[in-house]
Write a protein that binds this ligand. Structure first.
Ligand code: HXC
Ligand code: NAP
Length: 282
């Protein structure tokens, strides 16, 4: 689908690039010619991912950073610039999340998620954006949100509130920073099995199976599907897309929103009966 030089020599910095969807995006970007920089808190994870992805002479730089700490964020961007000379694309992918009744949360639990998702993303965008503006460097920021960023969701309330904030950040900066040649895009994934998400959100087979019933396509997402969408959105082919969020969830959130979506469980025989009843209303 893509030309192999789609992202040739673009320096892409991915937060949370050592695992899950961040790693899958990085792998795809490398195949398309990009130079990769990945970050996360655990250096050993980054080191292993960098080693595995840098086969065939591909360039992967890693630098550990806790994005909740603005000083570490600044040091991270310094390190990437020292290594590659610049950053062309920022992918705000790092997140924290877990399921819990909200009334069970301590304020520290709320902070744990909000500080990673909202503050961390904001610190990253601010640090990179200021440098792009000062150096008159065009760039793209891709933010990974979720499909409940606009609906909200019970039992993941700090995540829902934080992702809504990131969506607002995406749309706000799309307007404010377009004048500097900075483009903003977002992806809202539905369920994509990753160790990080599944261990915290679907920790039992029952919960994981229930998730499938909510998806019209009756399957979870493939990481490669998300990675290909991300590659398109950060590429020059998407140069006129700014402030948009693309949902990739098999139709999940629409099924949840549709008043009559539950009727998919009605059998053919039951529909025959219902047809008789509804025609009576003519
Ligand atoms: C209730 C919890 C909790 C849980 C932690 N806490 N886990 N409370 N239920 N399951 C509370 C702790 O008791 C503590 O409060 C506070 O939160 C901070 O906990 P720490 O473990 O010290 O936090 P920290 O080390 O900063 O870790 C952050 C984290 C962790 C978010 C809690 O899970 C993490 O590092 N996650 C990163 C990766 C991740 O979450 N990936 C999934 C992304 S999936 P007290 O009061 O006891 O001190 C995603 C997509 C969702 O976002 C959409 C799917 C469709
Ligand atoms: P994941 O593997 O747990 O990814 C989260 C990453 O964020 C990890 O690499 C983690 O590394 C990093 N991270 C967490 N806190 C950090 C911090 N303070 N500083 C720096 N890095 C930090 O989960 P995933 O499923 O791939 O999620 C990736 C993105 O997709 C997230 O934005 C998530 O909300 C979104 N998403 C996922 C799904 C899904 O079904 N998988 C659905 C919707 C949205 P360290 O722990 O080493 O720091």
């Amino acid at each position: 689908m893509f030309q192999p030089d789609l992202l040739q020599d673009k320096v892409v910095l991915i937060t949370g690039g050592g695992t899950g969807l961040g790693r899958a995006m990085g792998e795809r970007f490398l195949e398309l010619g990009a130079k990769l920089a990945i970050t996360g808190r655990r250096e050993s994870v980054l080191e292993e991912t960098a080693r595995e992805l840098s086969a065939d002479g591909r360039q992967v730089f890693y630098h550990a950073c806790d994005i909740r700490d603005a000083t570490q964020v600044s040091e991270l961007v310094d390190a990437v610039e020292t290594h590659y000379g610049q950053v062309d694309v920022l992918v705000n992918n790092a997140a924290g999340n877990f399921i819990s009744p909200t009334e069970r949360l301590s304020h520290r639990a709320v902070d744990a998620v909000l500080n990673i998702v909202l503050h961390g993303t904001f610190y990253m965008s601010l640090e990179v954006g200021k440098r792009w503006i000062e150096n008159k460097h065009n760039g793209v920021m891709l933010n990974i949100v979720t499909s409940y960023a606009w609906t909200g969701s019970g039992y993941v309330v700090p995540s829902a509130a934080a992702k809504a904030g990131v969506l607002a950040l995406t749309r706000s900066l799309a307007v404010e920073w377009a004048q500097y040649g900075i483009r903003q895009v977002a992806i809202a994934p539905g369920p994509f099995p990753t160790e990080g998400a599944w261990s915290r959100l679907s920790p039992t087979p029952e919960l994981a199976n229930k998730a499938i019933e909510r998806i019209p396509l009756r399957r979870v997402g493939e990481k490669s599907e998300l990675a290909n969408l991300a590659a398109y959105l950060i590429s020059d082919y998407a140069g006129y897309i700014n402030g948009e969020v693309v949902t990739i969830d098999g139709g999940e959130w629409l099924q949840g929103a549709g008043e009559f979506s539950g009727l998919s469980e009605v059998t053919t025989e039951q529909w025959d009966m219902l047809a008789l009843l509804t025609r009576k209303g003519k």
